[in-house]
Structures are given as C-alpha cells and as structure tokens.
Design a protein around this ligand. Structure first.
Ligand code: PYC
Length: 324
C-alpha cells in the first residue's frame, strides 16, 4: 500500500558501509515507478523528487530509521542511453549531486543481489555520468566527474580566531581543502575538527565564496599526513549534515587528486592512498582522457542489513522526527 505523497507502507532496502560510511540503497522498482518523477535526466527526476516527495527522503534516512552520516541511493531510469542505471543521493539534510562512498556501496549491493556481474557499467548521476566497476566481493571503484579547482591559496579568517589557507574545488560536490588548519587528523580530535570545519564554512559564507554557479561550498576537507607510511595522505571531511565522513570521501578524494595532479605532486596513473580520519583507505589515481581529467577511486564496502522498512499510517514519525 502507498500512503499519500508516495511514501510506501513498506520499503525494501539494503544497507552497507564503505570503510565506515553508511549507505542505504532502495531496491524497490515498484516504489520508484509509483513516484511522480516524470521523464528526463536523473537530475530532473531528482529535482521533482525534492519538490514532490521530500518527506520520503526524511523517512528513509532521517531519524528514527536512518543513521548519522547515512546516504540513501534511489535508483531511477537513466536518460543517457549509454548508462545501465541512474541514481540520485539523499542525506538527512538534503541532496548530493554525487557521492563516492555511496556509489561504491551501490555497486557492492547490486553485485550481492546478482543484479550486476563483475565488470564495469555507466551510471547517470545528477552530477553527470560516472563509470563504476564492481570487482567482485566487497571491492568497487568509480571514475568520478572531472575535477575542477576554481580558487587556490584562499586565505580565510575564521570566527574561532584561526586563519587558514585552502583551495576551492569540485568533483561532483564542492569542497574547501585545507592543510594549515593546525589540528591533528585523528579520531580523538573529531570534535575540534568538526568545530574548525564549521568555522571555515561560516567564513566562506560570510565572504560570499561559492562554486562558480553559486553553489554552497558545503564540504570541508582538513588534510594531514598519513599515519601509515605506506599511504600518502589523510583527511577529515565535514559533510553538510554536520557529520564527518567515516571514509576518506570519494568525491573529496577525486577533487584532491585533481589538485595534486595540477600541482605536480601526483603523476598521471600513480596511486594516491588516502586515509580517512578513522584510518580506512581509498586508492585513487588520475588520468587524462580527451582533454579532461578522470579521477578513479577504489574502496571496499560491507553489507550490514537487508531490511524492510515500515512506515505505518499512524506512525507520527513515518517521515522522520523532524518531518511532518
Ligand atoms: O564519498 O563522496 C563521498 C561522500 C560525500 C559525502 C559523504 N560521502
């Protein structure tokens, strides 16, 4: 049964985490087909979902059914005929045009259900087409949309008294990437890193610094040296919902390798091993293709649950605790 506004009474989902960062994939074609999303690109369908069915997002990943930092993936038909799937990404506070860890989680989920075979497919996302490879088991990689840096060495005076320098770059999402934040990138410093990240976000906002189409720079990457000498770098990433990314952040790592390549620090085809603040690692690299740059990020995901969510008509929190 479907409740008003397209919220089903029951919804089949598969949860996973990509080295700690949770993903919830909706695997219910009838539910998606029953939504009023019209035709067109994945981005257009996502925008209609946001206008008409935003309460479904809150019910899916918000309290009390979701988890902090969780990203939901909703599969829709792709408009691009070269793509096998289309997907858009939701979190507790809104929508992401692309999400690397959730793309890895999606590939591993589809593989676990026998819905794909090991190998590559093209995925249409709101940010553009990304290449995805399921390597079998829990391993997957994605080729992100091309990275772009629009500001370098930007100095910010933050309201916590710190002065930081960083770059503004995108690879599907918008990031401020900063090295001189003055904090250790370790689990014991998560509260301080989170506070510094918010202070940087407020400084960006008060200076009116946005992406080149006015996008909010809503992810802050605080970089540090690796803990393990076999790796190359480490990152704490503050996400728009205020949670930190438990993984090294797939799109953030894509934007980073774009900057490292431009700076002559990372050569084409070489692997950059990026640690998360918790210590999980992505293998990333970058290559040139037809005048553009393509970052690849590889990581590991583990299934955590195959569930049916219930949204009873008389449940006051069927659309989330902050939903109505
Ligand atoms: O992996 O791209 C990513 C991501 C973005 C926000 C959370 N994870």
């Amino acid at each position: 049964m479907t409740l008003p506004g397209g919220l089903p009474e029951r919804l089949r989902v598969i949860d996973s985490h990509t080295i700690g960062e949770p993903t919830r994939v909706v695997l219910d074609d009838a539910f998606v087909a029953g939504l009023d999303l019209g035709a067109g690109s994945v981005r257009e369908r996502r925008d209609r979902f946001r206008e008409r069915h935003d309460h479904v997002r809150r019910g899916l990943v918000g309290d009390p059914r979701g988890a902090v930092a969780m990203v939901g993936v909703i599969l829709v038909p792709p408009a691009d005929p070269s793509c096998r799937f289309g997907a858009f990404y939701v979190n507790r506070v809104g929508y992401l045009d692309m999400c690397g860890h959730a793309t890895i989680g999606l590939a591993v989920t589809l593989g676990s259900q026998g819905l794909i075979e090991a190998g590559s497919f093209r995925l249409e996302t709101p940010a553009g087409v990304v290449g995805v490879t399921w390597h079998g088991g829990g391993e997957a990689s994605f080729e992100c949309v091309p990275p772009r840096r629009i500001a370098q060495g930007l100095v910010l005076d933050c309201d916590d008294g710190s002065r930081v320098t960083g770059d503004v770059a995108t690879s599907g999402l918008w990031f401020f990437l900063c090295r001189d934040h003055g904090l250790p990138v370790d689990p014991a410093s998560v509260a301080a890193l989170t506070a510094r990240g918010w202070s940087i976000r407020r400084a960006l906002e008060s200076r009116g610094i946005t992406g080149d189409q006015g996008e909010v720079i809503d992810h802050v990457v605080l970089l540090g040296p690796p803990r393990d000498s076999g790796n190359d770098g480490r990152a704490f990433v503050l996400c728009p919902d205020g949670a930190f990314d438990r993984s090294p952040c797939g799109t953030g790592t894509s934007a980073l390798v774009g900057c490292l390549f431009e700076d002559g620090i990372l050569a084409e085809g070489k692997t950059w091993r990026q640690e998360s603040v918790l210590g999980g690692v992505y293998d990333a690299s970058i290559r040139r293709a037809g005048g553009t740059l393509i970052p690849t990020v590889r990581g590991r995901a583990w299934l955590t649950a195959e569930s049916t969510l219930h949204f009873a008509a008389d449940d006051p929190y069927r659309t989330g605790i902050d939903g109505g």
